[in-house]
Design a protein around this ligand. Structure first.
Ligand SMILES: Nc1ncnc2c1ncn2[C@@H]1O[C@H](COP(=O)(O)OP(=O)(O)OP(=O)(O)O)[C@@H](O)[C@H]1O
Ligand SMILES: [Mg+2]
Length: 357
């Protein structure tokens, strides 16, 4: 169903995005390192899921946002646990166990694979190397997908950027696909442009997801209502409010279909509450971020105008403080810096949230 609010898994539920899907499928065959970028709710996880299904290649997928919000950290223990589960799933289709049993710290019983996370346990370098050997022997390419990879920076002492760099350099039959909604945070973590970073200078194929055009957004809604056999409301109005953000359009469609109606104002309010909850968890949200966003909510603004408006609200604020706040909002995807140097809030729901709450 097009209006299913979960990330899509099947191509037939995945509207449009033909170009990005083709690009990702091609990359799976010929690249080693791919990053899918885009602010929240543009369909990164859906694109990843659909590509994994369509590629027919063996894959493991770790959802780091889920790990982080379930356990409050991305410790080695939870990562190993998640990877063990994924490898176990994979071993039901592919005979991996006879290969992995050679690796120190890997316990096998039936199809179950368990990686020992302790100091002297399994080393990911060994696990990946054996996966690579297995893939090579079977003329396969194995995919390691990491959804919301920026959370790896919270993984404690382990340097996953170093591990990635090593794997990309040494293992030809693995492809790593990372996604990130906090685009700047992920870039900083990967440090591809930082000569001190292990990943510096590696080639990365970047797939950027953008919003849908007005016509596409309306067409998506029209198809969704048709599929649900529900008479469509005024779609122009919906897109006026929610723009081409596929995640909000999907949630709106889902709400409308399940409840038989959805008043736009009310929907916006509920969506904004959800966005507010999320923002509190993500940025250590403060009145200062709020005031800066609020100053910008009235339109695309330049630095000096924001400074003026934000100072009214916040009192004296230093120039470097404002720059810090703006940079962070951009890094986390709450703001976009346009080419002319002005700033806009890309998500209409976030814009509403900062003006109303
Ligand atoms: N091309 C698409 N066709 C139909 N529905 C889509 C499409 N892309 C995304 N969706 C829907 O939009 C919502 C957000 O999608 P998804 O979770 O894949 O995005 P995301 O970019 O990973 O978001 P987040 O940053 O929150 O993780 C989901 O309800 C999903 O079903
Ligand atoms: Mg996602």
């Amino acid at each position: 169903m097009l209006f299913d609010p979960e990330p899509k898994r099947k191509k037939r539920d995945f509207y449009n995005r033909e170009v990005e899907l083709r690009e990702l499928l091609d990359s799976i065959e010929k690249e080693k390192f791919v990053v899918i970028q885009g602010i929240r709710r543009l369909g990164k996880s859906s694109l990843l899921n659909v590509a994994l299904a369509e590629s027919k290649r063996p894959s493991v997928k770790l959802d780091l946002r889920e790990i982080y919000f379930t356990h409050g950290s991305v410790s080695k223990f939870y990562l190993y646990h998640a990877l063990s589960r994924e490898l176990s799933k994979l071993s039901k289709t592919y005979r991996l166990t006879s290969w992995l049993k050679k690796v120190r710290g890997v316990k096998i019983s039936g199809f179950e694979i368990q990686l020992d996370w302790r100091e002297k346990g399994a080393a990911l370098t060994d696990v990946f190397r054996v996966l690579d050997e297995w893939a090579s022997a079977h003329k396969e390419r194995a995919i390691i997908a990491i959804d919301e990879a920026q959370y790896l920076r919270l993984a404690g002492r382990t340097r996953y950027d170093g591990l990635l760099a090593w794997a990309i350099d040494s293992l030809d039959n693995l492809v790593f696909i990372l996604t990130g909604s906090q685009v700047g945070v992920l870039q900083d973590f990967l440090g591809m442009e930082d000569p001190r970073s292990p990943l510096y200078g590696r080639y990365v194929k970047i797939i950027k997801l953008g919003r849908f055009s007005r016509e596409q957004a309306i067409d998506f809604l029209r198809n969704g209502f048709k599929e649900a056999k529900v008479k469509q409301p005024n779609l122009e109005e919906v897109v006026d409010v929610l723009d081409g953000l596929i995640g909000w359009l999907t949630l709106y469609g889902h709400t409308y279909v399940s409840e038989g109606k959805a008043e736009l104002g009310q929907f916006l309010n509920t969506a904004a509450k959800l966005a507010a909850e999320e923002s509190k968890k993500i940025l250590r949200w403060s009145d200062r971020y709020h005031a800066v966003l609020r100053a910008i909510a009235s339109g695309a603004l330049r630095w000096s105008e924001i400074y003026e408006r934000a100072s009214v609200k916040l009192g004296p604020i230093s120039k470097s403080d404002l720059t810090y706040l703006l940079d962070n909002l951009v890094r986390y995807g709450y703001l976009e810096r346009l080419e002319d140097g002005s700033f806009v809030i890309p998500d209409p729901v976030v814009k509403y949230m900062v003006t109303k709450f």
